[in-house]
Design a protein around this ligand. Structure first.
Ligand code: HPA
Length: 267
């Protein structure tokens, strides 16, 4: 990851302190950055290739106003067959590059009946049901402690800042608990009833692994989900990835407006 960070420093003069991971169908922000340098994951030592449809697979360094930003357009998922360490590699590269705060975005199914499709939801906490953790194995003490505390992973200070920004822009922003599943099959209706019973508001196939790795290294995390569909069994319709991507694109403008305002405040 030190080597990866060295490559980024050689490719661009920008030195961002805030990074963002763009979820399914939410990649448009990476195209709107100014002074952009695009680095394909294939060029970056230590990063796997991202294979999921709707995920580009490049790191974009660019600016919003005067603020330098690093954006991962395309992330790594456990369901692609990557280890949890590989899934977390982009976040570890961010840290080696000097990034202190990371915004993790994703497409998610809405379990909480108050969420309509298209709703934006701040992640207040997660329930990791992926049976994977990027910290399993020998601990690298240079990165963080063996047994990291997980009390405030989705930093409350950042959530307050995000709420304030959304209020100023007149954008509705809910808050809820994200249940992380391995996928790639969507959940069954019985699993969704289970997830609701244990306190989940949203369900998705990413984010938790990255959040754990970031928290381990002392980075502050902000998580934002876009509710691309009602979770299995709630709408009477079958779930389709194409619809998830389409809904992601439809909220893309609102989402970008929020991030364009918020990211400079986090730097
Ligand atoms: N379940 C899991 N992951 C998802 C969903 C869902 O309903 N929607 C978007 N990502």
């Amino acid at each position: 990851m030190t080597e990866a960070a060295g490559l980024l420093r050689a490719r661009s003069p920008l030195r961002p302190t805030v990074g963002i991971v763009l979820g399914s169908g939410l990649g448009a922000l990476a195209d709107s950055l100014n002074n952009a340098t695009r680095v394909p994951y294939a060029d970056i030592p230590g990063l796997p290739l991202s294979t999921a449809i709707g995920h580009k697979g490049e790191l974009v360094l660019g600016t919003i106003g005067d603020t330098p930003i690093a954006a991962m357009s395309g992330r790594f998922h456990l369901y692609e067959g990557y280890s949890a360490q590989q899934v977390a590699s982009g976040i570890r590269m961010f840290r080696a590059f000097g990034i202190r705060r990371v915004v993790l975005t994703n497409a998610a199914g809405g379990i909480n009946l108050e969420y309509a499709t298209g709703a934006l939801v701040l992640i207040s906490d997660h329930i990791n049901l992926q049976c994977a953790n990027p910290l399993i194995g020998p601990n690298d003490d240079r990165l963080g402690p063996r047994f990291p505390d997980m009390t405030d992973v989705y930093a409350s200070a950042l959530r307050i800042a995000a709420k304030k920004t959304a209020d100023e822009l007149g954008i509705a922003l809910h808050e809820g608990v994200y249940a992380a599943m391995s996928g790639p099959s969507y959940e069954t209706p019985a699993e969704i009833r289970f997830l609701r019973a244990i306190g989940a508001d949203l369900v998705g196939m990413s984010t938790a692994t990255e959040a754990i790795a970031a928290n381990h290294m002392g980075m502050e995390v902000l998580g934002i989900s876009c509710v691309t569909n009602l979770a299995a069994g709630l709408s009477g319709k079958k779930l389709q990835h194409a619809e998830v991507l389409e809904m992601g694109r439809r909220v893309s403008d609102t989402f970008q407006e929020l991030l364009a305002s918020l990211l400079p405040k986090l730097a």
